[in-house]
Design a protein around this ligand. Sequence first.
Ligand code: SAH
Length: 269
Amino acid sequence: MSIVQELRRYGVRPSKKRSQHFLKNRKLLERMADYADVRSEDTVLEIGCGIGNLTEILLERAGRVVGIEIDERFVRILRDKIKDERFHLITGDFLRVEVPGFDRCVSNIPYSISSPVIFRLVELEPEVSVLTLQREFAERLTADHGSRIYGRISAVLKTFANVEILERVSRREFYPVPDVDSAIVRIIPEPSVFPEHRDFFIEFTGIVFSQRRKKIKNLVRKELGKRAGKREMRQILKILGNYGDLRAEHIPPEKLAELSDRIHGVLYG
Ligand code: SAH
């Protein structure tokens, strides 16, 4: 049965607000599992199971699948359709629920919450994540400094992980057809380059990328000035050195991470 027929049979209409666009192409879903190299000893996380097209493929390969789905209508369908006890379904918002341990993440995620999903995955640190994302967003994740589309999320993600676009996916592969094209992205953490103080780094990038046109020393002075004394601020500006006169978009991720760790030392060391 096709996705369209199946949705009709269950009498549910996908909601745009919840980014409900289903991948129709089974071959493509199988390739996503291939890219994540899902094996029988793995627990795989799926964010937004929908009516379970990808879930069923993951269950054929993984030892266990943890699914998180916010829409009660789909939760009912999933419970009716998938009787496998290796499927652990959690009803709720991925950004709020407690996520049990897992090894890999394979998901066609809701695009409306792409950025927070990525930040949460950075925290949860699976061995690999294979995700379909809006194509422009995927390009932003992989952008280098100096590029017009390099931003906070590019800097954060590149500091934690190796990110690659594996495939471009046409909007026609989805039902209902969305307004944007997609891409399949693979994210593999690289702990060797993690900044020491991760939470502060995420905060620091939030500050320096908050106004793209401004020099980072002005943003740092304004935002960290509330926390730092005069003497500390002088030290911080010294650490920034010539980088202080640049905009964040011109600074490579590893340099931002280094600056962030050193500033953390001044503030909390
Ligand atoms: N994986 C399915 C469905 C993708 S559509 C497929 O490829 O066919 C995105 C899914 O994410 C929908 O089922 C939607 O209800 C769900 N969703 C949206 N916001 C969510 C959230 N905050 N937490 C968990 N699931 C969410």
